[in-house]
Design a protein around this ligand. Structure first.
Ligand code: COA
Length: 194
């Protein structure tokens, strides 16, 4: 009986911990919140992501035009991640973008890659700077990565500034690494260490 009771309490405990760690996880700085995506985000996500000015700075596996079905598939893919690696960015209660970490594999498994975009109506409000700060702290403190890195296309000075403001350093330039919109571009590689 005692053992059953213990089991019961430990199951409740586990659910409680999961609720805190997995489902309700929320990173916040003033009006900016990072939280898991959910099915209610699909319409707004599709509206914001369907923008060539955003897609021009992202990898080609991300669809353009970006439809509601693309948004639904993306949300279904990431909404139950354990641990949560992909977050909706909210500003003042509105979904305004997405940020995520991608775990690297094999000997690179203590490294994550960060990726993000902000919807055009929300540009230049300091949102990406705060979102990168929050996810970088989360990656180091909660997920125990020791290195977070990313690559930025040579013309994306805004994103480079966001990274530099968060203490990322430029590791170098991968010359001619990118084919985007039918042209070859350099990629600027940034990283931050724990
Ligand atoms: C790049 C991007 C993430 C910037 O988001 P944001 O929320 O507007 O950035 P912030 O407001 O935090 O700006 C940080 C700094 O960069 C500057 N900045 C932002 N966009 C800029 C641009 N297009 N050109 C030059 N500087 C820019 C800001 O003025 C600010 O500088 P300051 O602190 O000196 O005032 C956003 O424009 C975006 O999502 N672009 C498309 C997708 C993308 O590029 N993703 C990143 C791929 S690596």
């Amino acid at each position: 009986m005692l053992n059953n009771q213990k089991l019961h309490y430990s199951v409740i405990n586990e659910i409680f911990i999961n609720v805190i760690l997995q489902k309700k996880i929320m990173l916040q700085h003033e009006k900016i919140i990072l939280r898991p995506l959910n099915n209610n985000d699909s319409t707004e996500l599709a509206l914001l992501a369907n923008n060539k000015k955003i897609w021009d700075n992202l990898r080609d596996y991300i669809p353009f035009p970006y439809t509601i079905n693309d948004a639904i598939s993306f949300i279904n893919m990431v909404k139950d991640q354990k641990p949560v690696m992909t977050f909706a960015i909210e500003f003042d209660g509105h979904l305004c973008g997405v940020i995520g970490l991608v775990a690297q594999k094999d000997v690179y498994r203590k490294t994550a890659e960060v990726g993000y975009w902000i919807g055009e109506p929300y540009w230049n409000k300091g949102i990406a700077t705060v979102a990168v700060k929050l996810i970088t702290e989360y990656g180091f403190d909660q997920l125990d990565y020791v290195r977070i890195h990313t690559g930025v296309f040579e013309y994306n000075t805004g994103s480079m500034k966001v990274l530099e403001k968060n203490g990322y350093k430029k590791d170098g330039i991968f010359e001619k690494a990118i084919l985007k919109n039918g042209q070859i571009w350099n990629e600027h590689r940034f990283s931050k260490l724990k």
